[in-house]
Design a protein around this ligand. Structure first.
Ligand code: M6R
Length: 619
């Protein structure tokens, strides 16, 4: 939540800060602001609302300077308004800070400072940081920041500037991400890589309790004992076009269309001849051979990928798996120990609950493997081993390509484990990989057909929109799936509700008679995932039961199937034929597109849905 950018160098300061914030806006977008150092003072401009409002303000009243910080906010303490927007200043206006995280003891600190005469202007927890740094300042910003940080409880990434130190930025982190971008005669500080990608690909990840002290021609990192430490820069292989829309109307649409390539890339990187290779895994094969159970922990979309992972690992590697949301796992004294493999899945690698669950699992002696998209993120660093998903930057808040990439890795890992544990052999792996390798081309064909057919999903969405208005806003969606596609029903519903704000439920179709069938009348549109497979006939029965009660059905079927077309199902979506086990990789595509088009029909902001932020770095 919240994005931070800092820049010291000779480029146009507001230009760098605004562009950086635009690439961080996915982290929060209810207000934004910048603070720029100039002539022994600090200019602060901050505005409630999306970044474009701040941009307009800065066009009207431009500011220039030598170094500065910027922030895009997702509100935790205090409503989104100009006063609560960051950067915050101390009452003397000597210091400005941008903060990501939550300061749990801000009330106590505020009371103490108020007694000393420090006046506060906002309702935020973050303002206290600026005041504390000011109180601790004795001529050296780094010392002041470190002394202030020692008094803070909670999570924070902080960028700070002081009016008497015109080119200097100091950053510090604990449990919220902060990276350094190294340039030539310029340096950057940011919450995430896309913010600096236009300027540099040399990045240093700051660890917990480390402080960075930078100006345009030097950048030194200190540990918590105030000793300078050597940090290795990582060369980022993302390119800037991956962080841009490249002609697509929205990032979400672009990312949906990137999925065949993402899958192809994973297979290219991970499959060498018929061997599955995870170079960065680091967990010894011997240890994996001995595990007795697997727990998969994640949030949101990553949790749904984990549910599919359960089917895959149990089917291929015959090892028991349970799946939990991170927020439940972390608080219930979970039964994992040295015989457990705990797989944490996270696109961002910074989700607070998943990070806490990882720590809990490690503390209990489990082996922790992270499946993660963002290299060097906290989760990737703290796990015993990591498998990167190589999906490239995912900008839209609604996750699409990261999900497919997580699935791609889970397919490979399940088979890798199967071989390791003697459940499958080389011939079995060859057959499995051969089929899996067909999927990217099938996904590509499916998406191209969709483009050529301009466009079925849009028509369904338009019809739903009309229907919704006619029903007095009562229409909603129900997603039904079985077996390995049941998690896709949950994921389809999540995609729809997060960007369309329309009520959507996902259910295992077999549960219908145990309650949800009571919902069926002429209002819900029921998405039935009815692709060829073991439970296909059962799904057909579900479809008939829904039809008999007046439900409107969109059936997702395998190509060439005429069982429900023009009969029980008002609408059908065909996906290319493949073995059932691989079908989730294809089924998810029309579900994503349907959610996209429904949101577009309603005219909502697809990439930045209300109340959400991409990485949930607070609990
Ligand atoms: O970065 P993570 O994968 O840990 O994020 C987990 C969820 O917050 C995320 O998947 C969220 O549910 C998405 N907005 C769903 O589209």
């Amino acid at each position: 939540m919240c994005g931070i950018i800092g820049y010291t160098g000779s480029k146009n300061i507001t230009d760098v800060l605004l562009k950086g914030l635009a690439r961080l806006e996915y982290r929060g977008y209810d207000s934004a602001g910048v603070a720029v150092l100039k002539n022994k003072g600090i200019d602060v401009v901050k505005k409630q609302g999306k970044l474009c409002i701040l941009e307009d303000e800065l066009k009207r009243s431009p500011i220039t300077g030598t170094a500065g910080i910027g922030h895009t906010r997702w509100a935790t303490h205090g409503v989104p308004n100009d006063a609560n927007a960051h950067p915050h200043r101390d009452y003397k206006e000597d210091v400005a800070i941008a903060h990501n995280g939550i300061i749990e003891n801000y009330r106590e600190l505020k009371q103490t400072l108020e007694k000393k005469g420090y006046g506060f202007k906002s309702e935020t927890d973050s303002e206290v940081i600026a005041q504390l740094i000011s109180a601790e300042y004795k001529g050296d910003l780094r010392f002041a920041v470190m002394a202030a940080a020692k008094q803070l409880k909670g999570s924070f990434a902080i960028a700070a500037i002081h009016r008497k130190e015109p080119e200097r930025i100091v950053g510090i982190r604990k449990d919220s991400p902060l990276i350094i971008g190294l340039g030539v005669n310029e340096n950057f500080l940011a919450s995430d890589i896309p913010a600096v990608l236009e300027h540099t690909k040399n990045v240093v990840y700051l660890e917990n309790n480390e402080t960075v002290d930078m100006n345009r021609d030097s950048c030194v990192v200190y540990n918590d004992k105030d000793e300078p430490i050597e940090k290795k820069a990582t060369k980022i292989d993302w390119n800037i076009s991956q962080a841009e829309k490249s002609g697509y109307k929205h990032f979400m649409l672009k990312e949906i269309f990137e999925q065949p390539e993402v899958l192809k890339n994973i297979l290219k990187k991970r499959v060498k001849n018929s061997d599955i290779v995870f170079e960065e895994l680091k967990i010894e094969e011997d240890k994996l051979k001995k595990i007795k159970n697997v727990a998969i922990i994640a949030c949101g979309t990553a949790y749904h990928a984990g549910l599919i992972g359960k089917y895959l690992i149990e089917k291929n590697a015959r090892t028991p798996v349970w799946v939990d949301t991170s927020s439940e796992f972390r608080y219930r004294d979970p039964l994992v120990d040295k015989n457990s493999l705990v797989i944490v899945i996270s696109q961002s690698g910074e989700t607070a609950d998943t990070l806490a669950a990882l720590r809990e699992a490690k503390q209990k002696g489990a082996i922790v493997l992270a499946i993660c998209n963002v290299a060097g993120s906290s989760i990737a660093r703290e796990a015993d081993g990591v498998i990167y998903t190589y999906a490239g930057p995912e900008i839209a808040v609604a996750s699409t390509k990261a999900y497919t990439a997580q699935l791609g890795v889970l397919y490979l890992f399940a088979q890798y484990l199967a071989v390791l544990r003697g459940v499958s052999d080389i011939a079995g792996t060859k057959r499995f990989l051969q089929k899996l390798k067909e999927v990217p081309a099938l996904a590509d064909r499916l998406l191209k057909q969709y483009q050529a057919n301009e466009n079925r999903m849009q028509k369904y969405a338009a019809k739903f929109h009309k229907y919704y208005l006619a029903s007095n806003n009562k229409s909603c969606f129900l997603y039904l799936g079985r077996n390995i596609n049941y998690p896709n029903a949950l994921e389809g519903a999540l995609k729809l509700k997060e960007i369309s704000y329309i009520s959507a439920e996902g259910y295992p179709a077999g549960e219908m008679k145990h309650g949800p069938i009571a919902l069926i009348d002429e209002n819900p549109w029921v998405i039935c995932i009815a692709v060829n497979g073991e439970t296909y006939e059962k799904m057909l029965s579900n479809i008939q039961e829904i039809k008999a009660r007046g439900g409107i059905i969109i059936a997702i079927i395998s190509e060439g199937n005429n069982d429900v077309r023009g009969k029980e199902a008002e609408y059908v979506i065909e996906i290319p034929k493949t073995d059932e086990i691989f079908s989730p990789l294809l089924v998810t595509l029309p579900l994503q597109l349907l959610a996209y088009h429904v949101a577009a029909e309603f005219g909502y902001d697809i990439d930045q849905p209300r109340n959400l932020a991409k990485s949930v770095t607070v609990e």
